[in-house]
Write a protein that binds this ligand. Structure first.
Ligand code: GLN
Length: 309
């Protein structure tokens, strides 16, 4: 199987795609991104990289950061985390508030905004927001093995100014006692996580621990236990695309996490960590061409977890 040829073909096909969706427009930094951008990076278990298109162009990873935040929070507080965040798909939009009312302020899962806000609250612990943000930056740099990953302060600031809905989620959960720190401090942490800027290559490198039983093959170091890696993958499959998670499992069949910046991190357990990026979104806020590219990739590789390996 010639993966370099496959990713090159897919990038060429995406350049011709008629329907690419529209980039998020709630902040200028995302609205201004050229919708014709497309990148794909595959890192295989042995470390071989296959890149095509804009694979080296940093973009706003947004909700993909929820995977790294969950990983850090599980390390910090362990399985107690599940007393404050559920593990079920929501079937509602990423920023929905409705289930919080009937479910006692406990978000359905850590990959919707409400869940990630509780996770950010846990990571704040006894720290200052800038320490929690610094810890995240060190973590993803370590995972990718690259020091030049940064947080886009302008994106974080714009999110802070326009994120009324996210603030509402946080206040609502605080009213239920499921947020332990002041809302402004938690939101500062949450928005800085969302504003991480990474390229497809860096993101695929950072995701390696999820394909390799929790071990970062670059550093040869355990990041999480094999059981935890398996569980994070399970949550990515069931909840990683919000109310589009069933459709993503149906079309792609891989654990995946999307972000409103147009990125998707997808994991092929034992084989590969994949990142795709195309800023145009579908109706559910997931990358339109990113999903199509992954669908074509699994058709050509047989990598869906529902295919016999
Ligand atoms: N920053 C975005 C928000 O909080 C992240 C959402 C997403 O990527 N889907 O609304």
């Amino acid at each position: 199987m010639n993966l370099s040829a496959i990713v090159a073909d897919i990038a060429a096909e995406m350049a011709e795609a008629p329907e690419r969706g529209a980039p998020a427009d709630y902040i200028p930094a995302l609205a201004q991104v050229d919708p014709r951008r497309f990148g794909i990076a595959i890192v295989e278990a042995d470390g071989t990289c296959h890149l095509a298109g804009d694979a080296e162009q940093p973009f706003s990873i947004q909700s993909i950061s929820k995977v790294f935040a969950l990983t850090l929070a599980l390390g910090a507080v362990g399985d107690q985390l599940w007393q404050r965040v559920g593990r079920e798909p929501s079937g509602t939009a990423f920023n929905s508030i409705v289930q919080l009312e009937t479910e006692g302020g406990i978000p359905r899962n850590p990959f919707i905004n409400a869940g990630a806000i509780v996770v950010a609250d846990m990571l704040l612990g006894n720290h200052e927001p800038r320490e929690a943000i610094g810890e995240m930056l060190r973590f993803v740099r370590g995972l990718a093995g690259e020091e030049d990953i940064v947080i886009d302060a302008a994106v974080a600031q714009a999110e802070m100014e326009t994120g009324h809905r996210n603030h509402a989620l946080a206040h609502y959960m605080r009213a239920f006692g499921n947020l332990h720190h002041p809302v402004e401090r938690v939101m500062g942490v949450y928005f800085h996580f969302c504003a991480l800027a990474m390229s497809c290559r860096q993101l695929a490198l950072a995701g390696r621990y999820l394909m390799a039983r929790g071990v970062n093959p670059g550093a040869g170091r355990s990041v999480v236990s094999p059981q935890r890696a398996r569980r994070i993958n399970a949550l990515m499959m069931s909840c990683g695309h919000y109310d589009g998670s069933g459709e993503f499992a149906f079309r792609v069949g891989l654990p995946g996490k999307s972000g409103v910046g147009g990125g998707i991190l997808a994991i092929v357990p034992g084989r590969a960590s994949i990142a795709v990026w195309s800023p145009g979104l579908n109706a559910r806020g997931n990358s339109q061409l990113g999903t199509l590219a992954l669908e074509r990739l699994v058709q050509r590789t047989g990598w869906s977890v529902f295919d016999p390996q």
